[in-house]
Design a protein around this ligand. Structure first.
Ligand SMILES: *[C@@H]1O[C@H](CO)[C@@H](O)[C@H](O)[C@H]1NC(C)=O
Ligand SMILES: *[C@@H]1O[C@H](CO)[C@@H](O)[C@H](O)[C@H]1NC(C)=O
Ligand SMILES: *[C@@H]1O[C@H](CO)[C@@H](O)[C@H](O)[C@H]1NC(C)=O
Ligand SMILES: *[C@@H]1O[C@H](CO)[C@@H](O)[C@H](O)[C@H]1NC(C)=O
Length: 443
């Protein structure tokens, strides 16, 4: 039906009515025609109304989805108060932890082995949309940079260590010893227990003398003496190639390595290995406590469940796990309290190379049931600011990463939480309390 025809008829109707009162209807059309026309118009309007409503509905839903996607953009409007900081890149030869640039979030940086971080290891996004601290740069820490080789020695950089190659007549790890008949600095002098007479033989009028292994000949050719070489001293400064990982003791002609108590010497004669007191039943942990092996010792632990408060209470389901008792239906605070709390003890050596993944946390889904459709991981507490980063590693797993080297002995505890969501709705929270027990030694 042509709308313009209707419009013309309507105008005609109104104009005539205005000009000559109700009699005008008869001058334009008869009553029957007008009623028919009005019915037709009613039908058309009904059709238009339906189409219009449908159009509005589509527009409304498009508008809503647009609003939704605009609100998800990190930087919505520069003129309004900033909600995010500019994105940050990982430094060359380094790693960046944290990919959220919103106000209040932190980003951490570490450098690869052989590089040292200059600038800020941690940067936080300030309220005004700028980062705290200075940009992180990874600088080469080549040990040769400090010219450690003496007397014209050449420095050769290796992985995590260096070696000096010495010119003729010089030796030692830093070419500090002159090779000559005078005793070098590292031979043991003035101690008869560390001297031997050389073994000499007369061959064709010439006298040839030699020393046992581990001894060095000194003195003049007709009055020579074999003096012990202090191997511990010779290799004292050797990086990586140290004779003993812990303690070196010089003995005539040789040396011995010793380990700290709680460690045993390995068959290679230089490395130390922790003794697992818990495994070998050498511990005296009383009943009801659990033995935790640590570097050089052990610990007896009995972790306690969180205290009951309000409608929230816990029961211990295993030595290292607590579960929340069922909550009353309408107790919000109870439903938001951790559903499970687990305890973990990690024994680590000093100066562990970072970044290091220490701990993983994942959801367990009963067979035949669908799990949560999203997870959020975080660090909930403990004395560990800036030492750890918690990040998602895949859909179901989060990992706790050590980003700062730790020197023992010390103990650090960190509470890691994992919240489960199903379609945006909070389902449950799980907390893991991780105790990192750092030994005084780096082995
Ligand atoms: C942002 O705030 C910090 C201190 O809160 C200030 O030092 C800095 O100059 C501010 N930057 C801008 C661009 O306003
Ligand atoms: C090394 O020492 C020997 C004997 O003292 C000497 O004859 C020789 O010239 C020295 N060589 C160098 C390169 O200094
Ligand atoms: C275990 O033995 C050590 C010393 O050997 C002692 O200091 C500690 O108190 C003992 N612990 C228990 C629970 O008996
Ligand atoms: C405990 O749960 C009841 C409902 O069962 C609720 O009325 C009450 O407020 C809750 N108490 C606390 C401290 O949350």
């Amino acid at each position: 039906m042509d709308l313009s025809f209707l419009r013309r008829c309507l105008i005609l109707l109104c104009l005539s009515a205005a000009q000559s009162g109700h009699t005008a209807v008869q001058t334009c059309m008869n009553k029957h025609q007008v009623v028919g026309l009005l019915r037709q118009m009613e039908k058309i309007l009904k059709g238009q109304e339906i189409r219009f409503t449908e159009g509005l509905r589509i527009m409304k839903s498009k508008l809503a989805s647009l609003q939704n996607s605009v609100s998800k953009l990190p930087q919505a409007d520069q003129s309004a108060a900033p909600t995010a900081c500019p994105s940050l890149e990982a430094p060359t030869h380094g790693t960046k932890f944290g990919s959220k640039y919103f106000v209040g979030h932190e980003v951490h940086f570490t450098c690869a082995q052989g590089y040292q971080l200059v600038g800020s290891a941690t940067r936080a996004c300030r309220d005004n949309g700028t980062w705290t601290g200075a940009g992180a740069v990874c600088k080469d820490v080549s040990e040769c940079a400090s010219s450690p080789c003496q007397n014209g020695g050449t420095c050769v950089q290796g992985v995590n260590q260096y070696r000096c190659t010495c010119p003729q007549n010089w030796s030692g790890s830093h070419c500090q010893h002159q090779t000559q008949t005078a005793p070098p600095e590292w031979s043991v002098m003035n101690d008869p227990a560390f001297s031997r007479r050389p073994r000499c033989a007369q061959v064709n009028q010439a006298r040839h003398c030699s020393c046992d292994a581990g001894f060095h000949m000194s003195g003049t050719s007709d009055n020579s003496i074999c003096q012990d070489v202090n191997e511990c001293e010779v290799y004292r400064l050797d990086q990586g190639g140290k004779l003993c990982v812990h303690e070196c003791v010089n003995v005539p002609g040789s040396y011995h390595c010793y380990c700290p108590s709680g460690y045993k010497l390995l068959p290679d004669g230089r490395s130390c290995e922790d003794v697992d007191e818990c495994l070998s039943q050498k511990h005296n942990c009383s009943q009801g406590t659990s033995c935790i092996n640590t570097g050089g010792g052990f610990r007896c632990v009995n972790p306690e469940c969180p205290r009951s408060h309000g409608n929230t209470s816990y029961v211990k389901t295993s030595p290292f796990q607590c579960e929340r008792n069922p909550c009353p239906m309408d107790s919000r605070s109870c439903h938001h309290a951790p559903k499970t709390m687990s305890f973990h003890y990690l024994s680590q050596p000093s100066n562990l190379q970072t970044p290091a993944t220490l701990f993983r946390m994942a959801t367990a889904v009963a067979p035949g049931r669908t799990g949560p459709d999203s997870l959020r991981f975080g660090i909930a507490g403990g004395n560990s600011r800036g030492i750890f980063v918690m990040q998602r590693s895949d859909r179901q797993t989060g990992e706790l990463i050590l980003v700062q080297q730790l020197r023992g002995p010390q103990e650090i505890s960190v509470d890691v939480d994992m919240s489960e969501y199903s379609g945006r709705a909070f389902q449950a929270k799980h907390v893991a309390r991780v105790h990192v027990l750092v030994s005084p030694y780096s082995f």
